[in-house]
Design a protein around this ligand. Structure first.
Ligand code: HEC
Ligand code: HEC
Ligand code: HEC
Ligand code: HEC
Length: 457
C-alpha cells in the first residue's frame, strides 16, 4: 500500500499523529514541514473547511488609518504605531502584513510580534519555550513562520476539536474566571478568536513575552489598575513626557460584556456565519454585515434599519473620539510648553497621569475594531470618562503655564498624515528605505511565501 492510500484510510485521530511527521510528503500535495501549523496538511482531511478558510485571501481591502485620522500620529508619537497603522483584512494576510509593515522596519523588535499571526507559533513556543520564543528578534524567526492564521490556531492538531493554542490566552481566560474547558460551545468558539483579538502587552521582565493583563479583570479600569500598580508603561511620549500604555484591539473584552454575548451570540455567529447542509461552518472569517442573511436575519428583521442603527452608533463614537483626540493633542503640547518653561515633576505629575489615563481609555475604545457593533455603550462610556480626564489634565497644565507666564502654545498641523508625521519627526522615506533593505537582505533570503502575500506583482 502506498503512503497515499494509507492516508485515505486514516481516522482523524491518526491524522493528528501523522501531522506530527513528514510522512505525508509526496502524495501530490505541496511539500510540507513536519508541523501541524502547516495549513495545507489539513486540506486532504477537511477539504471543505480548507476551501472556505482559503477564501480569506479575497478580503484584501484595507484602510490607512493614519491617513484617515492623522491625529493618531501625534497621539502615538514615539511608538511604532505612528509609523504605519492599517485596518485589519483577511487572515491570509496576517504574516505578510506584519512582515511588511514599517512597524517592524528593522526586524530588531521582539519575535513576540509573531504571536498572533500564525499557527506555526504554538510549535515554536514548544521548541524554544514561551520566553525563548519572545527572546528572539522578529527577523530571527521569520524563516520559521510560513503559515497565516489557520487551523492549528483554533483546533487540536489534525482534529475538529477546538483549543486555545496560546498558553497566555489559556491563562488569561482563567484569570477572568472564564476557563476554556468550562465554557459552552459558543463561548469556546469566541475564545478561540479571543486569543488574538484581545489587548496585550510585552512583559519586559519576561523576555518580552506576551501577557494579557487581566489579573484584576478585563475592563479598562481593571487593566489600568494593573498597569498603574506595576508602574508599567509601553513608551514615554516624546512631546509631553507622559508614561503611556497602549491598548490593542480589545474585541473579546468588549464583546464579552455585550447583550449579544449574554445571548450566546458570539464572534463565530457573526463573522463565520452559516453552516452548509453537511454541517460545515463557513471558515471565511470576514465582515459581519456582508453575512447579514446568515448572521443577523434570524433575530433582526430589517437589514436597512440595522445598518442605520450601526451607522448611528458609529457616528456617535466618531464624534466623541474626535473631540477627545483634539484635546489630547493640545494636552501633550501644553505639557511640552510647561516643561520648556521649566516646570518640575511635582507640578506635572498629576496632569501627566491624567493624560495617560485619558489616552488609555480613548485607545481602549477606539483601537477595538467594530466597537460600534460590539459594544457601543461601553465605547461611549469610555470616551465620556476620557473627555473628563483630558479636560482635568488641561486645567492643571493651564495653571502651570499661567504661573510661568506662558500665554501661547504651538499646536501641530494634523491636517494630513504627512504634516502630522513631520511634526513628530517621523522620516517616512528613511523608514521605507530601511524596510526595503530588510526585504532585500533578509526576507528575500528564504522567508516563506506567506510573508510576501499581497505584495508581489
Ligand atoms: C492567531 C490569531 C488570530 C485568531 C485566532 C483570530 N484572528 Fe482574526 N485576525 C488576526 C489578525 C492578525 C488579523 C489582521 C490580518 C491582516 O490585516 O493582515 C485578523 C483579522 C480579522 C478580521 C478582519 C477581516 C476582514 O476581512 O476585514 C476579522 C473580522 C477577524 N479577524 C475575526 C476573527 C474571528 C471571528 C476569529 C475567531 C473565529 C478570529 N478572527 C481569530 C488574528 C487572529
Ligand atoms: C479562527 C479559528 C478557526 C480557524 C483558523 C479554523 N477553524 Fe475550524 N472551526 C472553528 C470553529 C469556531 C468551529 C465551529 C466549532 C463548533 O461550533 O463546534 C470550527 C469547526 C471546524 C470543523 C468541524 C466541522 C465544521 O465545519 O463545523 C472542522 C472539521 C474544522 N473546523 C476544520 C478546520 C480546518 C481544516 C481549518 C484550517 C484550514 C480550520 N478549521 C480553521 C474555528 C476555526
Ligand atoms: C452581533 C454580531 C457580532 C459579534 C457577536 C461580533 N462581531 Fe465583530 N463586527 C460585527 C460588525 C457588524 C462589525 C462592523 C463591520 C462589519 O460589518 O463586519 C464588526 C467588526 C469587527 C472587526 C473589524 C473588522 C474590520 O475589517 O474593521 C473585527 C476584527 C471583529 N469584528 C472581530 C470580532 C471578534 C473577535 C468577536 C468576538 C470576540 C466579534 N467580532 C463579535 C459584528 C459582530
Ligand atoms: C440570536 C439572536 C441575534 C443575532 C443572531 C444577532 N442579534 Fe443583534 N441583537 C439581538 C438582541 C436580542 C439585541 C438586543 C440586545 C440587548 O438588549 O442588549 C440585539 C441588539 C443589536 C444591536 C443594538 C441595537 C440597538 O438598537 O442599539 C445591534 C446594532 C445588533 N444587534 C447588530 C447585530 C448584527 C449586525 C448581527 C449580525 C451580524 C446581529 N445583531 C445578530 C439578537 C441577535
Amino acid at each position: 500500500m502506498s503512503e497515499c492510500s494509507v492516508r485515505v484510510l486514516m481516522t482523524k485521530r491518526l491524522m493528528a499523529l501523522a501531522l506530527g511527521s513528514a510522512a505525508l510528503v509526496g502524495c501530490g500535495q505541496p511539500s510540507m514541514t513536519d508541523s501541524p501549523g502547516n495549513n495545507e496538511a489539513w486540506q486532504a482531511t477537511y477539504p471543505a473547511e480548507y476551501q472556505s478558510w482559503a477564501e480569506t485571501e479575497n478580503t484584501s481591502a484595507r484602510t490607512d488609518l493614519l491617513a484617515h485620522r492623522p491625529a493618531l500620529v501625534v497621539l502615538w508619537a514615539g511608538s511604532p504605531y505612528a509609523k504605519e497603522f492599517h485596518s485589519p483584512r483577511g487572515h491570509q494576510f496576517a504574516v505578510a502584513d506584519v512582515a511588511q509593515t514599517l512597524r517592524t522596519a528593522d526586524g530588531q523588535g521582539s519575535a513576540a510580534c509573531w504571536s498572533c499571526k500564525s499557527p506555526d507559533v504554538p510549535g515554536l513556543m514548544e521548541k524554544y519555550g514561551e520566553n525563548g520564543f519572545a527572546a528572539h528578534t522578529f527577523a530571527e524567526l521569520g524563516r520559521e513562520v510560513g503559515n497565516a492564521v489557520g487551523c492549528a490556531d483554533c483546533h487540536e492538531p489534525g482534529e475538529s476539536t477546538l483549543r486555545l493554542s496560546r498558553p497566555y490566552a489559556l491563562n488569561a481566560m482563567n484569570k477572568v474566571k472564564q476557563p476554556f474547558e468550562a465554557q459552552n460551545a459558543s463561548w469556546q468558539a469566541s475564545q478561540t478568536c479571543g486569543q488574538c483579538h484581545v489587548t496585550y502587552y510585552f512583559q519586559p521582565e519576561e523576555d518580552n513575552k506576551v501577557n494579557i493583563p487581566w489579573i484584576f479583570g478585563s475592563t479598562a479600569d481593571e487593566i489600568e489598575r494593573y498597569y498603574d500598580t506595576r508602574r508599567f508603561y509601553d513608551w514615554v511620549h516624546p512631546i509631553s513626557g507622559a508614561p503611556m500604555v497602549k491598548a490593542r484591539h480589545p474585541e473579546y473584552e468588549h464583546w464579552s460584556r455585550s447583550g449579544h454575548a449574554k445571548l450566546d451570540v458570539g464572534c463565530v455567529d457573526c463573522h463565520m456565519a452559516g453552516q452548509s447542509a453537511e454541517g460545515m461552518h463557513n471558515h471565511k472569517v470576514s465582515g459581519a454585515m456582508a453575512q447579514y442573511e446568515q448572521a443577523c436575519q434570524g433575530c433582526h428583521q430589517d437589514e436597512a434599519e440595522l445598518a442605520q442603527t450601526l451607522a448611528q452608533h458609529k457616528a456617535a463614537i466618531d464624534e466623541a473620539r474626535t473631540e477627545v483626540e483634539g484635546l489630547l493633542i493640545q494636552a501633550h503640547y501644553e505639557a511640552q510648553a510647561a516643561w520648556a518653561a521649566e516646570a518640575n515633576w511635582h507640578e506635572m505629575n498629576s496632569a501627566l497621569m491624567d493624560i495617560r489615563h485619558a489616552q488609555w481609555r480613548w485607545d481602549f475604545a477606539t483601537s477595538s475594531h467594530g466597537i460600534h457593533a460590539h459594544n457601543p455603550e461601553e465605547g461611549m462610556a469610555l470616551l465620556t470618562v476620557a473627555l473628563q480626564q483630558v479636560k482635568m489634565a488641561r486645567a492643571k497644565l493651564a495653571q502651570v503655564l499661567a504661573e510661568r507666564g506662558v500665554d501661547s502654545v504651538d499646536y501641530p498641523d494634523v491636517s494630513s498624515k504627512e504634516t502630522a508625521q513631520a511634526a513628530v519627526d517621523i522620516d517616512l522615506p528613511a523608514l521605507q528605505q530601511q524596510k526595503q533593505r530588510f526585504i532585500e537582505q533578509q526576507m528575500a533570503n528564504g522567508w516563506p511565501e506567506a510573508a510576501m502575500r499581497g505584495y508581489q506583482e
